[in-house]
Each structure stands twice: as structure tokens, then as C-alpha cells.
Design a protein around this ligand. Sequence first.
Ligand code: S6P
Ligand code: ZN
Length: 176
Amino acid sequence: MKKAPEQPYGVSPKNYPEFMARCSEHMVRKGKDMAGYFLQPADPEAVIYEVYEADCAGNTCTALTILKPGKVGNEYFMTKGHFHEDAESGETYVCLKGKGMVIMQTRDGATDEIILEPGTVACIPPGWAHRTINIGKGEFIMMAVFPANSGHDYVSIQERGFIKRVVEESGQTKII
Ligand code: S6P
Ligand code: ZN
């Protein structure tokens, strides 16, 4: 059982390493962990992204994602992406650093996307799968806030993928 923090704390573009230091979980996703996600094979040892997850505060969980800059072929580095298992659980993303995009889709095939720049808050409704993409030149860093009972369904995305992909063509970011 995770322990809730005893004191309130704030996270900003300047002090986020303090948040990382207090996290009980740290996940590193390398190319070898993402077989089948990109159209082309990724360098197995390349770090694509890292996730730092704090102990949930009651019903509220908070995590920080650092997406490295880079591409596999012409496809930008991205997270695996997932649906929440709980049909009522949405999520809020807050961009701290860099330039990214969250692409979303429903099980019925509706899609949407939001550009993420420092200060942008993205509200992801329940029922929308979400994947973050680093479309900038440097690291992309964001905070995610989600209900403790969300649950994560990766299998649907692993099996069927996202309808849209984000690539660079002739130096331009394109959604295809
Ligand atoms: C959790 C939230 C994020 C992601 C993280 C990595 O609900 O959406 O903390 O876990 O951005 O993405 P993924 O798809 O590998 O979990
Ligand atoms: Zn989520």
C-alpha cells in the first residue's frame, strides 16, 4: 500500500527534480520495451521516456513523464499510450517543459489532439486513450494527475495501435 504524502507540495518548471526525488517509482522505457509501437524498429538501448510516480495522495495520483527528443524513422519519440480501465477516470496533463502533443482516441474511433507547451493544461475525458509525443528539439516534461482507481489498459493499444501517428516530413510536424 502506497503512503500518502504528509505535507502539501508544489511542482514547477524549476523545482520538478525535487518531485522526482520524492517518487517511489521510476520507470525507464527503452526501444527494446516498445517493440511494435513504432513503424520501424527502435534502437533497443535508446531511452525513449521515463516516468516518476509519487505515492498517491488519497484518491489522487501524480506522475512526471520525461520524453527524450528523437525519432524512430520519421516518427517522434512517444509513450506507449493507454486507456484507463475505469470508465469514469479521466486525466489532466500539465506541460512543464518542451513541446509535445497528446493524441487521444475513443474506442469508437473518434480522435483528437492537443499541443502541449509550458503552462498548457490538457483535460482528457474518461474513455479517451492518450499518448504523448515529443515534437520538440529538447526534453519534453509533463505532470499527469489521475484517479488512483484508473487502472491502465495497454493491451488495446498494443493490439490495435493509435489511428493517428505523428511524424516529421520535410522538417514539418504532421499527423497522418
Ligand atoms: C498515467 C498517465 C501518465 C503515463 C505516462 C507514460 O495515467 O497517463 O503518467 O503513464 O505518461 O505513458 P504510458 O502510456 O507508457 O503509461
Ligand atoms: Zn492515463
